[in-house]
Design a protein around this ligand. Structure first.
Ligand code: FE2
Length: 149
């Protein structure tokens, strides 16, 4: 799997799609499904990026993804509140930061700022992978012990 680099100047910069695998599983079917959908949306942006740098598809999918991420974060946070997850506040902050950042990207795309698509992709990819594999994994054993599957 090829991950994004910070080489924003490379015009031929091509990103590989991210394929969900078991290492992404948080052991909760509903949340795994939502993570898969988020990765699918990310892959759509990767495809759009490879076609055209200022493609309108990027703006559409970015908006769609932000909305879906918000919905997904609410699902996670609902479980955290329900089971009294001790790291809730830290986790919620990460979600808020993501939504703040993607809202800024939506504005950038609307204003047709140059080189934004690659920056957006690098951020989205790094954030999603890091967040799922590190932060979400921290609640995995906690919610699984509470019987959530
Ligand atoms: Fe999360």
């Amino acid at each position: 799997m090829l991950y994004a680099t910070n080489n924003y100047d490379n015009e031929d910069f091509i990103m590989e799609k991210i394929i969900w695998n078991e290492s992404f599983s948080v052991g909760v079917l509903e949340l795994d499904k939502q993570h898969k959908k988020l990765l699918k949306m990310l892959n759509k942006i990767i495809e759009a990026k490879n076609i055209s740098v200022d493609s309108e598809a990027i703006s559409d999918v970015l908006t769609e993804m932000t909305k879906y991420a918000e919905y997904h974060f609410k699902t996670e946070e609902r479980y955290m509140i329900k089971y009294n997850y001790p790291n809730y506040a830290i986790h919620e902050n990460e979600h808020k930061e993501f939504l703040r950042q993607t809202a800024n990207f939506c504005i950038d795309v609307t204003e047709h700022k140059e080189s934004t698509p690659t920056e957006i992709l690098s951020y989205l990819e790094a954030w999603l992978i890091n967040h799922i594999l590190k932060s979400d994994m921290k609640y995995k054993s906690f919610v699984n012990k509470k019987g959530l599957k």
